[in-house]
Design a protein around this ligand. Structure first.
Ligand code: ATP
Length: 264
């Protein structure tokens, strides 16, 4: 739930002095970050800037990496990746049920939760399909259902729509926005897509050379339309922060151009 005004709430995510290195290369350099409960944060940055490394650290997936820092996350954390990671030998509903943790119920109650999650992502009636019978977009919907079935307090998403075509991606943005508004987990969404970040997030972070170089609040109500000129202004600010000039060419220090994805 969103915090009630004036109520003291602990951040859902707290990173203090997070540093990660691969050999001599420091990818994350002493990062501090707090994400309040229910906040939708997008993490932008050039390829290789360390976005996935940060997300994996928050997810607790990189214990072998040389690093230091403090990390606090809520108990129920779900992760979605660019590929759905559905098990091809399990039917869609059974894949979704894999998202349930110990103590989340079993038997009939679990099946009901799985069915409800599939219905929420628009896959009612596809419970007994095999993953290979779903389109790419449907597979990502099933992955979202698997991540939501345990009602996460924190949803971590690493380029979840990066492999989808532009139109499917826009539909998935709408779906993710609705799911977030309904369940209100904190979200950390890694993306290359400036439009995706500006359209969905309360707050956009830009990762550059191991540090968070920009922390920008997107102060626009939801749902946002891609044609809103105010959204366009945020987009321009973010592109400038990424070092992409008006002609799409790099305009300075930050380097290569970024894909801006679903525009228009
Ligand atoms: N397991 C690993 N071993 C060695 N180097 C790694 C490892 N994981 C990531 N790196 C390096 O760390 C840097 C950051 O990688 P990371 O995947 O976090 O970037 P990213 O911003 O998510 O990139 P992209 O947008 O291309 O996915 C890269 O230079 C990468 O080569």
């Amino acid at each position: 739930m969103a915090p009630i005004a004036g109520e003291l709430t602990r951040p859902a995510v707290r990173l203090a002095g997070l540093t990660r290195s691969f050999g001599p290369r420091t990818v994350l350099d002493n990062i501090d970050l707090e994400i309040p409960p229910g906040q939708f944060v997008a993490l932008l940055g050039h390829s290789g800037s360390g976005k996935s490394t940060l997300l994996r650290a928050v997810a607790g997936l990189d214990r072998d990496t040389a690093g230091s820092g403090e990390l606090t996350t809520p108990e129920r954390v779900s992760v979605v990746f660019q590929d759905s990671r559905l098990l091809p030998w399990r039917r869609v509903l059974d894949n979704v049920l894999l998202g349930l943790g110990k103590g989340d119920g079993d038997g009939r109650a679990a099946v009901e939760r799985g069915r409800a999650a599939l219905a929420e992502v628009g896959l009612a009636g596809r419970e007994r399909a095999w993953p290979g019978q779903l389109s790419g977009g449907e597979q990502q919907r099933a992955a979202l259902a698997r991540s939501l079935v345990r009602d996460p307090e924190l949803l971590l998403a690493d380029e979840p729509f990066g492999a989808l075509d532009a139109l499917t991606r826009i539909r998935m943005h709408t779906l993710l926005r609705k799911l977030w508004q309904r369940h209100h987990p904190s979200v950390l969404l890694v993306t290359h897509d400036v439009d995706e970040a500006a359209a969905l997030a309360d707050r956009v972070l830009v990762l550059d050379r191991g540090r968070i170089s920009v922390d920008l609040a997107i102060d626009l109500p939801h749902p946002r339309t891609y044609r809103d000129p105010l959204l366009g202004e945020y987009r321009e600010r973010l592109l400038a922060a990424l070092g992409v000039g008006p002609d799409g060419e790099p305009d300075g220090a930050a380097g290569a151009p970024v894909a801006t994805g679903a525009g228009g």
